[in-house]
Write a protein that binds this ligand. Sequence first.
Ligand code: PEP
Length: 252
Amino acid sequence: MRPLIVIGNWKMNGSLAKNADWIKTVCRGMEQGMPAGRQYAVCVPSPYLAQCSQLIADCSLAFLSLGAQDVSAHVSGAHTGEVAASMLKELGCKYVIVGHSERRQFHHEVDEQVAEKALQVLDSGMTPVICVGETADERNSGREEEVVRGQIAKQVAVLQDRLADCLIAYEPIWAIGTGKVASAQVAQDMHHAIRLQLAEFDVDVASHVGILYGGSVKPDNAVELFAMPDIDGGLIGGASLNPSDFLAIARA
Ligand code: PEP
């Protein structure tokens, strides 16, 4: 049985004061009780990792963890501005998002690099959250499955059975930050297609990998999405900025 995992992605938002308020509010809310067997995390901007790591440690909830939004594909060295996986691990991260569509779109990241980043994350003992998803044009021309299959195939080629220790986030680009959520059935169909593709490689890997949905998840659509058999939780952008909305989605 795969656990349900809900991960917030603050993107480039936050401040020392807002972060402290968010984590304290979410901790207080979660202390009132959460559905059993679930895992939660929040991926914060790099400069706030140390602060948020301490705040999350202070609230001592075993099911609430810290995550990062990106990582270098290199171990260390002359890579000005980049952050190594070992550094994220030292700061207490459990999850690292790789290949988010905003990194692919605005920083020209390609699948091979995304897989290299995922390897760095795994080698440092953390869980990569590998993002895949199609654009509106690709879906409108009926190529959504072909596009996502291509992205997954590149991950399989590099990561092989280490994929069992990764999470995949299906994030249709047309649904990210747009308020246009994929219907639960549309999301389920793609999650199922991803699982079938993984099963072509290894049935065990396919049954272990958590596949999260991301794209305008809100408290009012989370229940239906999370009820789908191949949707193992969510990667939540905009709605994760509001602690009450994040808590509501975490309970969905
Ligand atoms: C995201 O950034 O990963 C995301 C899913 O954003 P939103 O929830 O705002 O669509």
